[in-house]
Design a protein around this ligand. Structure first.
Ligand code: F6R
Length: 248
């Protein structure tokens, strides 16, 4: 794992965008594995700026998002499709036919999951996979569990994740209870992975991700087994990793 500690949230976004942009410039038909949430907003803003001001070209890029809430359609402001349109797809020269997010309204979730895995496989998986990390260590919606699930699957969202994501909905009851998520295989098959994290609330899970045992109870710990992972985080998020923090 390569760890990059920067001073603030804005720098996290800039560093992550630089990595993604370098992949796109080397390989114009790159497959980008993308995440939603608060953390990548700065990354997407910087990619939008690079597209407008530095000729970063998305015309042949394909994107595959990690997850979507079950029950929300793409026009719902809290759906991950809506998020992606708002923060990236509507603001760069990407072909919308080349952007993939699981269908949260599918009538056959099992088939949707199987098709999503076929899509990933047909693309040869992501050239670079962007990840955030949940306060419980989840990646995508791979929540803490007794075993890792390799395939794309429907997951019951953990109570701690519902608590955390409640901030984006009017009431806790409105937070969907299920999501479709790419599984651990779909993530680990990416050529390169970049995980971003900010703030003190991510410090414990970042420490466990980097230094703890590899366990499905801390899903991000599986990243220790991937040969090309870069974690970009601010000082607060890295504050419990001894190399960067005050911890001894
Ligand atoms: C969303 C996703 C999640 C988030 C995680 C962190 O597509 O994959 O794993 O990355 O919940 O979310 P934020 O960035 O809001 O703290």
């Amino acid at each position: 794992m390569k760890l990059i500690c920067v001073s603030n949230e804005q720098e996290v976004g800039l560093e992550a965008a630089r990595l993604i942009a370098s992949v796109v410039r080397i390989k114009p038909k790159a497959v980008l594995g993308l995440a939603t949430g608060s953390t990548p907003i700065g990354t997407y803003a910087e990619l939008v700026r690079m597209c407008a001001e530095e000729n970063l070209d998305f015309s042949d890029v394909r994107t595959v998002n990690l997850d979507e809430y079950v029950g929300l359609d793409g026009s719902h402001p809290q759906s991950y499709r809506y998020f992606m349109q708002k923060h990236l797809f509507d603001k760069v020269n990407i072909d919308s036919d080349n952007t993939y997010v699981p269908d949260g309204l599918t009538e056959d979730a099992e088939e949707e999951c199987a098709l999503y895995d076929e899509l990933l496989e047909s693309f040869g998986y992501a050239d670079i996979q962007l990840l955030g990390i949940g306060v419980n260590g989840h990646i995508g919606f791979n929540e803490p569990a007794d075993c890792f699930t390799p395939e794309t699957h429907v997951i019951k969202i953990a109570e701690s994740t519902i608590d955390s994501n409640q901030r984006l909905f009017e009431t806790r009851d409105e937070v969907p209870r299920y999501a479709i998520t790419v599984g651990i295989k779909g993530i680990l098959c990416a050529e390169r992975i970049v995980l971003i994290a900010t703030g003190r609330k991510k410090a414990e899970v970042l420490k466990a991700t980097c230094l703890g045992p590899v366990t499905p109870q801390m899903p991000a710990s599986i990243l220790q087994l991937h040969p090309d992972v870069t974690i970009i985080a601010d000082e607060e998020a890295f504050s419990l990793v001894p190399f960067f923090g005050d911890d001894d």
